[in-house]
Design a protein around this ligand. Structure first.
Ligand code: FEO
Length: 164
């Protein structure tokens, strides 16, 4: 059972996770346009993960007798200045999602809703991974650059990402 406050916030989270999927798909399209199929694949897989995150919230809401609400979403930004600016945007977005998950956790703890706390624990851990992924990628690109032969190798490496 979810309080009205927690239900509303969880429903907003379904929207934010679906927005994340669209945002990463827009990034994937940007890379397809640049003829960087590896980066495009990486962000496409990331988008699939975000859909899975949205469905986790969707299913949890149902399991605790709530009703998921599908909301309208803004169009994500799809134009970027550089590869670095895409990674920076992804990292900033994940930091925003982390804040959202922490807000949900704070409410769940305050309301002593232990099933929700248990459910949200997975997302707390996941956000550590999500931020680390983009931080490491940013560090790598800053270290080796993203031009010429290095960019070719990096694109190949990015394309190896498989859906989980
Ligand atoms: Fe679902 Fe990347 O946060």
């Amino acid at each position: 059972m979810l309080s009205e406050k927690l239900l509303n916030e969880m429903n907003d989270q379904v929207k934010y996770e679906m927005f994340s999927a669209n945002y990463y798909l827009a990034m994937s399209a940007y890379f397809m346009d640049l003829d960087l199929p590896g980066f495009a694949t990486f962000f496409r897989v990331q988008a699939q993960e975000e859909q899975m995150h949205a469905m986790k919230f969707f299913d949890f809401i149902d399991e605790v007798n709530g009703r998921a609400r599908i909301q309208a979403m803004d169009e994500p930004k799809g134009d970027f200045e550089s590869i670095e600016s895409v990674i920076e945007a992804a990292l900033e977005h994940e930091q925003f999602v982390t804040e959202r998950i922490h807000l949900l956790m704070e409410i769940a703890v305050e309301e002593k809703n232990y099933p929700a706390v248990s459910f949200l624990n997975w997302f707390v851990d996941e956000q550590v991974e999500e931020e680390a992924t983009f931080q490491q990628l940013m560090a790598k690109i800053k270290r080796v650059g993203a031009k010429g032969h290095i960019l070719y190798l990096l694109d190949k490496e990015m394309g190896a990402r498989q859906p989980e």
